[in-house]
Design a protein around this ligand. Structure first.
Ligand SMILES: Nc1nc2c(ncn2[C@@H]2O[C@H](COP(=O)(O)OP(=O)(O)O)[C@@H](O)[C@H]2O)c(=O)[nH]1
Ligand SMILES: [Mg+2]
Length: 338
């Protein structure tokens, strides 16, 4: 198991230490090999400066994937020399998935169009890719302006990161960060289907699941300028993100997914059983129906728990096999190493 833990980055499940299996050679990443990908929806206030910022850092290939903005976003982007794609569907997730299909470079640097991320951090973001990492997350908590995140959003973010660590067993510090650098090849290995703001969550979970070499680098994060407005609704989108975290656990950590359902059943049944027993002993009143419900809840709960244990075994075996397959593929690709 420890190799699996390795490929998924540092894990907290206690199933192995952190030993990287990457090659020692580093490859130089030139700016031409990178596409700066900016999903936008009504970002006219900031998009111009964001594009200029990346041009100044030496990135000529800047692509804006727009969700049919009602303001001047598309015109400004074209004026500043960025490529503009209009997404065919809705949501940031759909936009990013669609845009990556059109790219003909090996590396993508994805960033918000709202001016909250710093183009000067681009090189920090890309550097790990030159060492063989496949996915890089910019950690906003490393250097965040005091007013960049509302208290509620900050709290929600921390809770979500904690839940991710617990459920998916990897510590990525800031899974909801919009600043990402990745190889197109690793992106294509992930099975992504989220449309909206769950795309970052799905990226993080899929990286763990598919053993994408992932790392985190510190970046700075500032507030949106006054005249620009977020598209994110903290309560609704926060809820969707937490639900996504949980439902993605089905194939990544089934013991948690089914186990938590099972435990809920067992605890509810146990509580009912206790109540029925107490009423009968104390007052001589019998609650047949409740007793039946309690027994059913406990039975279903135990079954779900067992199902979780079995699925966990399947997932573990599957990972083991995938790791072997990957090893064989690697060895087949480098036959003259020995
Ligand atoms: N193409 C596209 N971009 C979107 C959509 N919704 C949000 N975005 C962009 O995705 C980025 C992140 O969204 P933002 O509102 O900044 O979310 P926040 O950073 O969590 O506050 C911004 O550049 C938005 O303009 C959408 O439906 N389509
Ligand atoms: Mg943003």
């Amino acid at each position: 198991m420890e190799h699996d833990a390795v490929r998924a980055g540092p894990r907290l499940r206690g199933d192995g230490g952190e030993v990287f299996t990457m090659t020692d050679e580093t490859r130089e990443i030139s700016a031409e090999d990178v596409c700066v990908l900016i999903p936008t929806l009504n970002e006219a206030a900031t998009i111009g400066d964001v594009i200029d910022g990346f041009h100044e850092e030496g990135f000529t290939n800047v692509v804006v994937v727009d969700g049919d903005s009602e303001d001047e976003t598309q015109e400004i982007a074209r004026e500043r020399g960025a490529g503009v794609i209009v997404q065919s569907g809705d949501g940031k997730g759909q936009a990013v998935r669609e845009a990556v299909q059109y790219l003909d470079v090996p590396y993508v640097l994805m960033v918000d169009g709202d001016g909250t991320y710093d183009p000067a951090d681009a090189h920090t973001m890309l550097e790990p890719l030159s060492r063989g990492y496949e996915h890089v997350i910019g950690n906003r908590f490393a250097d965040m302006d005091d007013d960049a995140m509302k208290a509620l959003n900050g709290f929600g973010n921390r809770m979500i990161n904690r839940a991710f660590r617990f459920i998916h067993g990897a510590d990525y510090d800031d899974i909801l960060s919009g600043y990402r650098a990745f190889t197109v090849e690793s992106f294509e290995r992930l099975s992504l289907d989220s449309d909206g703001f769950t795309i970052e969550t799905e990226l993080a979970v899929e990286c763990v699941k598919h053993g994408v070499e992932t790392t985190v680098v510190p970046i700075s994060y500032s507030a949106r300028p006054e005249e620009s407005e977020t598209n994110l609704h903290p309560i609704a989108d926060g809820g969707t993100i937490i639900l996504a975290l949980y439902s993605l656990a089905k194939t990544n950590n089934p013991l948690f997914y089914f186990g938590s359902l099972g435990l809920t059943g067992i605890l509810t049944g146990g509580f009912l059983a206790f109540y029925v027993l107490w009423r009968w002993l104390q007052y001589g009143i019998g609650h047949e129906i409740l007793a039946l419900v309690s027994a059913a809840a406990i039975l279903v709960g135990v079954q779900l728990l067992m199902f979780g244990v079995l699925s966990d075994m399947l997932v573990t075996l599957h990972r083991e096999q995938r790791r072997r397959l990957e090893q064989i593929t690697r060895e087949a690709r480098e036959p003259d190493d020995e």
